[in-house]
Ligand binder design. Structure first.
Ligand SMILES: *[C@@H]1O[C@H](CO)[C@@H](O)[C@H](O)[C@H]1NC(C)=O
Length: 265
């Protein structure tokens, strides 16, 4: 349930980005960058008009999950006091938008450092070989994560995209999950493996799985965007007006999340 809710929020955020593809109403890149900056300065607060919770820090839990695949994974897990920091430190080194049917648009978002801590439990087994005995603190940090998205506009009314491509880059990954595996030596081995090799392992998993993921994402995005024309989405982002102000969408949310950072510079 929670998951579905979250997905729809992400899709809405995506739609808002596409909103600026409107030739008449946006000065493309600069409007988006400006929007993102306004957004960044408010990410420590919930943003009711976007249906978003506070994103930096992002706090979740308690929440539970269970997977019971009789072949490989038998798993029940939970998190509590989950806290993710760093999402609002994103940069946008590349943003090229071409709101013309058939031309390619590209965006690269990087997160210099994100870090989470949580209380967690993870019980079960992997392939009946490794017994999970997880219970305690979990933490992980990710350095230089970036995502590069490119796509073409397939239609403007209703909105649709094609040729979606998603590339991920991960600088470094460090995890520490207390007591994750029953056998202490295996636990140390797995941690060492992930901390040494995690970047390459994830790269391989992504290379292996991305075909399916990307086509599912594209279908979901098109399904969602297909309900709108550009002008619908423009009125979402501008709150009905056509002025420069992105105020209506952020109505009532103070832009005070980055004060410390901006006085430091
Ligand atoms: C995004 O841009 C940064 C800075 O130019 C680059 O280091 C990174 O590799 C790019 N990410 C991807 C996934 O291409």
């Amino acid at each position: 349930m929670r998951q579905a809710h979250f997905t729809s929020q992400l899709l809405l955020a995506t739609a808002i980005l596409y909103a600026c593809l409107a030739p008449a109403s946006c000065v493309y890149e600069s409007v988006i960058l400006n929007f993102l900056n306004e957004f960044r300065m408010r990410m420590c607060h919930p943003i009711p008009n976007l249906g978003l919770p506070a994103l930096d820090p992002l706090q979740l839990g308690p929440a539970e999950a269970a997977v019971n695949n009789k072949y490989l994974v038998d798993f029940t897990g939970s998190i509590d006091d989950f806290k993710l920091q760093g999402l609002s430190d994103f940069d946008v080194p590349t943003l090229t938008l071409r709101p013309v049917i058939g031309l390619t648009s590209t965006m690269n978002i990087t997160f210099p450092l994100t870090h989470f801590e949580s209380l967690y439990t993870a019980k079960g087994s992997l392939a009946y070989i490794l017994n999970l005995a997880g219970d305690g603190n979990a933490e992980a940090s990710i350095t230089d994560f970036s995502i590069r998205i490119s796509f073409r506009m397939r239609s403007l009314s209703p909105l649709g995209i094609s040729n979606l491509q998603i590339a991920l880059h991960l600088g470094d990954l460090k995890i520490n999950f207390e007591n994750l595996l029953e056998e202490e030596r295996v636990n140390e081995f797995i941690h060492a493996l992930v901390n040494e090799m995690g970047v390459e392992l994830l790269g391989d998993v992504w290379d292996y799985g991305q075909g399916t993921v990307v086509s599912k994402v594209q279908t979901a995005v098109n399904h969602f965007l297909g309900q709108f024309t550009l002008s619908d989405i423009i009125s979402i982002i501008t709150g009905g007006g056509n002025g420069e102000e992105s105020a209506p969408i952020f109505e009532g949310v103070e832009p005070d999340c980055k004060l410390e950072a901006s006085t430091k510079n």
